[in-house]
Design a protein around this ligand. Structure first.
Ligand SMILES: [Zn+2]
Length: 136
């Protein structure tokens, strides 16, 4: 019997979406306001889900306090109140779209969580726009 447990957190961060190989005009055509040269912010909501069998001894799939600490120490401390393009190494050469941010968060947390558990990241960039990784 598998159960999915989730922890929701949020962080504020600035970004600029652009492809350095394109002109400012082309970037604006593709990314609109998100390509503003002087950056802009989002209130991101991140839902980290862990899926697996509850442990026979504890009844937990994953200790939520531990999950909360992991997210705080390895994701929020790196991204909260940061400029994703300038302040983090992850997006020096990677466009900080919601898609790419979700994959980066998944990669950071994947190595911290037992491989027998599945990990899924849901990232809301706005109240209405969100991405899920992996997609299934
Ligand atoms: Zn944006």
């Amino acid at each position: 019997m598998k159960i999915k447990v989730s922890r929701k957190e949020h962080f504020n961060a600035a970004h600029r979406l652009f492809n350095p190989e394109l002109s400012d005009l082309e970037n604006e055509k593709i990314f609109g306001k998100c390509s503003n040269a002087n950056y802009h912010g989002h209130n991101y909501e991140v839902i980290v889900s862990v899926l697996g069998e509850p442990d026979a001894k504890t009844g937990y799939v994953y200790d939520m306090k531990k999950l909360s600490d992991l997210i705080r120490d390895h994701v929020l401390k790196k991204f909260d109140h940061k400029n994703l393009n300038l302040d983090t190494a992850y997006f020096k050469n990677l466009n900080p779209t919601a898609e790419n941010i979700a994959v980066v968060i998944w990669n950071i947390l994947r190595e911290k969580i037992d491989q027998k558990l599945e990990l899924k990241i849901t990232l809301y960039e706005t109240e209405r726009n969100f991405v899920e990784y992996p997609a299934h």
